[in-house]
Design a protein around this ligand. Structure first.
Ligand code: CTP
Length: 405
């Protein structure tokens, strides 16, 4: 329920993607928002107001002169109590009107009269999106403070392929949720590792662990929501990359090490969430190991992997380094000893049975001030708390430039 208590006015304009707005209403309501739908006249040719009235449980407005509005000021009434105005799909024509400040129907009048943030999810043919007039209009809207979310690239209803597809309803909901998060890391760059590593024994076998990557991916999403430019170096997981995050996929600890060293310059924060294998087979085989009857099981010689976090923390001017300690016992003792040995300002401890692989977790943050317990919660909530803690440490560090780590 990440939009609990939020009142969202959803504008729908004319375009085939209008059919996806029905699912969007459902998902916004599922997140706790109350949704008030306003449709342009063109939108009603694609989908009917009845659909949206049934889904939102609220009257749907399409007309500036709607006799149901006692004071005849639907445009003012609807916008005044809204926490956000979201237009999805936003057609090329609607965006052009918006850029020009036109107000010739209820939706455009409402947008002009708003005193809340505006998000638009463009949807149009790729040539329309790439047309210089649309590019100009989008630039104007961005400079006017409008959040333009999408469009995506892909198959279009007209049979062509390219940019102009409206984002999927789930993505629009995520962007709307992100919009309400405080911009604690605006202008900052954050690099993180997540997931397990896989250390090859032969072409089909290897050493890995049960890390799901969910905590790291949640932190990547939360940091991006908070305004950071995020690079995620990820071991093999089956999770989608959070929107707006740059992902570099790797397999082994050595690849993760190389990717992190290649990216670390100019980052303000490094968060090492990955469960990096401490050891790898000394000589991975090119051919599959065959079992031989009555032969002794093969011995696998291991060598140590580089400590990525330790190395980054030891750089002459390191970013603010945050480590993770997943322990099965003695959390405080082990986490603090890792924090000291790696010389990092913050380590996030968790007991394996609390959250490994699941959607919830319980964390304890260890820093110079002591311990801060974060009770059981969804990983995205914990990630947002951690991001706030990191932002506070960054600010403190800026006030004391002589400190390291
Ligand atoms: N880490 C790393 N590179 C490694 C190993 C760990 O960057 N080669 C990072 C992890 O991402 C995590 C922290 O270091 O942030 C974990 O510390 P570590 O002491 O290496 O943890 P474990 O490998 O779990 O240690 P142990 O098996 O002794 O508990």
């Amino acid at each position: 329920m990440e939009l609990a208590g939020k009142r969202i006015v959803l504008g729908i304009t004319g375009g085939i993607a209008a059919y996806k707005a029905a699912e969007l209403v459902r998902l916004l309501i599922k997140e706790g928002a109350s949704v008030h739908v306003v449709m342009s006249e063109a939108a009603t040719h694609f989908v009917t107001p009845v659909t949206f009235q049934a889904l939102s449980g609220k009257l749907v407005f399409t007309d500036q002169w709607d006799p149901r509005v006692a004071n005849n000021m639907a445009h003012i009434d609807l916008s005044r109590e809204a926490d956000a105005l979201l237009v999805a799909p936003a057609s090329a024509d609607f965006l052009a009107k918006l850029a020009g400040g036109l107000a010739d129907d209820l939706l455009t009048t409402l947008v002009l009269a708003r005193d809340c943030p505006l998000l638009v999810a463009p949807a149009m043919n790729r040539q329309m999106w790439e047309n210089p007039a649309t590019r100009r209009n989008i630039a104007v809207l961005r400079s006017d403070g409008v959040s333009v979310i999408g469009p995506a690239c892909g198959d279009q209803a007209c049979g062509e392929t390219g940019p102009g597809r409206m984002l999927e309803p789930e993505e629009i909901v995520d962007e709307t949720i992100a919009h309400f998060q405080p911009q604690l890391l605006a202008g900052k760059r954050l690099l993180l590792t997540a997931g397990p590593t896989f250390e090859a024994i032969d072409p089909v076998r290897g050493i890995t662990n049960l890390s799901s990557g969910k905590m790291g991916y949640a932190i990547a999403r939360a940091a991006r929501e908070a305004g950071a430019q995020v690079t995620l170096v990820s071991g093999p997981v089956s999770l989608p990359c959070p929107r707006g995050v740059t992902r570099i996929s790797v397999t082994s600890a050595l690849q993760m090490h190389a990717a992190v060293l290649g990216q670390v310059a100019d980052n303000d924060v490094f968060v090492a969430v990955a469960a990096v294998a401490d050891y790898r087979p000394a000589e991975p085989l090119d051919q599959k190991i065959k079992k031989a009857a009555q032969a002794a099981p093969p011995a696998i010689e291991l060598v140590q992997n580089p400590d990525i976090l330790g190395e980054i923390a030891a750089l002459p001017a390191p970013p603010l380094c945050v480590g993770f300690a997943a322990e099965s016992e003695k959390l405080a003792e082990y986490a603090e000893s890792k924090r000291r040995s790696k010389k990092i300002p913050l380590i996030v401890g968790n007991l394996i049975h609390d959250g490994f692989g699941g959607d919830d977790n319980r964390l304890v943050l260890f820093d110079d001030e002591g311990q801060h317990a974060l009770p059981v919660a969804p990983k995205i909530d914990l990630a947002r708390h951690l991001v706030a803690h990191i932002a506070a440490l960054l600010e403190k560090r800026q006030c004391t430039p002589a400190s390291t780590g």
